[in-house]
Design a protein around this ligand. Structure first.
Ligand SMILES: Cc1cc2nc3c(=O)[nH]c(=O)nc-3n(C[C@H](O)[C@H](O)[C@H](O)COP(=O)(O)O)c2cc1C
Length: 223
């Protein structure tokens, strides 16, 4: 089949698009507004950009049809800071519920039964129950036009300043134990997945040794 995204003429009962770029990691974004009200919301249009320093990005639609910015976007642009908390399978209900509250005066972190932990380098709090936190400084934002003038997409990019990892989140050989942490990811429809199997592909080509050394290397910029 083929369909045009402008016409959306796929003829299916549900739009298949959100099931195509999958799984999408979830950035669980905590921020403060200018009155220091705490905001927490999940964004699955989220990913890492670069390593030295790392940047992360997420993208948001409008809060409503009146083209109002979502609270996370408005807060980050105004205060210049946010935290990206790792969403995990264990925290899946809180992740989903934190998307439902839209009143900007409500502390969504407490409202869904989570605990705020202070950050080291930014004022926005961390979700204490999450095993990994990225403290971020706003770097830039971008507006992507929609087919409909009201459907613009706001992309937010933050530079990762500091990383918290819970002491028990590692394997015995010092790797992040993602099979135990089970990072949560979004699929299409109402579907989610989480990391529950990991396999290695060992580099084989002429640069294999350098690539393997780089993966475990401690030097700046090694991936
Ligand atoms: C798992 C999950 C992922 C989501 N991803 C996005 C996203 O990528 N972009 C977006 O605009 N909304 C997304 N949402 C909806 C927002 O979380 C929701 O609109 C929320 O109320 C925004 O909160 P805020 O206004 O406090 O930022 C997602 C919701 C869930 C449950």
């Amino acid at each position: 089949m083929f369909y045009s995204t402008e016409k959306n003429d796929h003829g299916l009962p549900y739009n298949p698009y959100k099931s195509i770029v999958v799984p999408r990691p979830i950035g669980w974004i905590s921020s403060l507004d200018t009155d220091s009200n705490v905001n927490l919301a999940p964004y699955s249009q989220f990913n890492n950009l670069g390593y030295d320093p790392p940047y992360v990005m997420f993208s948001a639609s409008h809060k409503n049809s009146a083209a109002v910015l979502k609270d996370s976007v408005a807060n980050i642009i105004q205060t210049g800071e946010f935290v990206c908390n790792m969403a995990t399978y264990e925290l899946r209900d809180a992740v989903a519920r934190s998307s439902e509250i839209t009143d900007s005066n409500v502390d969504e972190l407490s409202a869904v039964g989570l605990t705020a932990a202070p950050s080291e380098m930014v004022k926005a709090p961390r979700v204490a129950e999450s095993p990994v936190h990225l403290e971020c400084k706003f770097y830039t934002s971008m507006i992507l036009p929609g087919y409909d003038a009201l459907n613009t997409t706001h992309v937010v990019v933050g530079q990762v300043l500091g990383v918290h990892i819970r002491d028990d989140a590692f394997t015995e050989d010092g790797k992040l134990d993602v099979e135990r942490l089970r990072p949560l990811a979004r699929m299409g429809y109402q579907d989610y997945t989480s990391v529950d199997s990991v396999f290695e592909i060992t580099p084989q080509g002429p640069n294999a040794a350098a690539m393997i050394a780089g993966m475990g290397g401690e030097a700046r910029g090694k991936k």
